[in-house]
Design a protein around this ligand. Structure first.
Ligand SMILES: [Zn+2]
Length: 301
């Protein structure tokens, strides 16, 4: 009797499983599409496109550094339950690839926002063979990110394709307004003062788009201390360019930036936001761009 009930149960399970083949449910237990992004910045962009239809989780917490992030066992479980994975690529968050393997989630759709983006000219990275991954600090490029996010959400949840299109279009209009606002703000800084020094190299695309010169960065790569020769050269460059301020970044310690500013006799502005969101008003991508631009204008004008 017991045995036959078990067999009946197994058969019923098999029928249920068979019924699911070819039509996987796109939604998690919350009834929303479970999306996992590497950073809070990409999670915010995804939430802007997905709205109430998605539940987005960021692996790297707010105010934390994506470059040196080490996934924890809980992150492996989060990835295993995702229906869509979103990363930047280009070396920013490539640790995700190994974590996907650990989560046995190779079959989950993976969107790389910054890789092979049409119409984008990449800038050099830490070494000659790498590219700078911080495309998302250029608002124009984020409009391309949004197209990719919308396409990935539509593919994962085709029933709501129209809603994703509408929400993506609304978010892109918001980004257009943001882009125009940044240009108007930067225009108020005297041209000779549009020079930027930050902790790490997160701003070259922002600088190129909005007409600012990067004089240097305190570290060539997060997690690596610069050698004395590099720092001495940077101080000389800061002095000769007449840089007015050096910018710390929220997710990194300020000690090195403080030392640079003292040596080069300029002020420190804390903090810019780039790879990670923080508390309001920098709890969204738009908030970050508005905050950073306001800091730049305040310190350089
Ligand atoms: Zn970065």
């Amino acid at each position: 009797m017991r045995l036959s009930r078990s067999i009946a149960f197994i058969m019923a399970s098999a029928v249920l499983a068979g019924g699911c083949v070819g039509a996987p449910a796109p939604v998690g237990s919350s009834g929303k599409l479970a999306v996992v992004a590497t950073t809070t910045v990409f999670a915010d962009m995804t939430a802007s496109v997905g709205g109430d239809l998605v539940s987005v989780t960021s692996l790297v917490p707010k105010n934390a550094d994506v470059h040196t992030f080490e996934p924890r066992p809980a992150d492996v479980r989060t990835i295993a339950s995702a229906k869509l994975l979103i990363m930047n690529g280009l070396g920013l968050d490539d640790w995700l690839t190994k974590t996907i393997t650990n989560a046995a989630a190779e079959g989950t759709p993976l969107l790389k926002l910054g890789v092979d983006l049409p119409g984008v000219t990449l800038l050099p990275g830490e070494t000659a063979s790498t590219q700078n991954p911080h495309l998302f600090m250029d608002v124009k490029y984020v409009e391309l990110y949004v197209d990719r996010i919308a396409a990935a959400l539509k593919s994962a949840d085709p029933a709501h394709a129209q809603t994703f299109d509408v929400q993506a279009a609304a978010y892109k209009r918001q980004l257009e307004t943001l882009d125009a606002w940044v240009r108007a703000q930067i225009a108020t800084i005297p041209e000779a003062n549009r020079k930027l020094v930050t902790f790490h190299d997160a701003f070259p695309y922002y600088a190129r788009e909005y007409g600012i010169t990067i004089v240097g960065v305190a570290v060539e790569a997060p997690g690596q201390d610069p050698n004395a020769g590099y720092t001495a050269q940077l101080i000389t460059a800061i002095k000769s360019a007449g840089v007015k301020a050096i910018f710390a970044e929220s997710q990194f310690p300020t000690k090195l930036v403080d030392q640079l500013a003292a040596e080069a006799n300029c002020k420190v502005v804390a903090d810019l936001y780039d790879d990670a969101l923080g508390d309001p008003p920098v709890d969204s991508y738009e908030g970050v761009i508005r905050w950073d631009t306001t800091q730049l204008v305040g310190a350089l004008r």
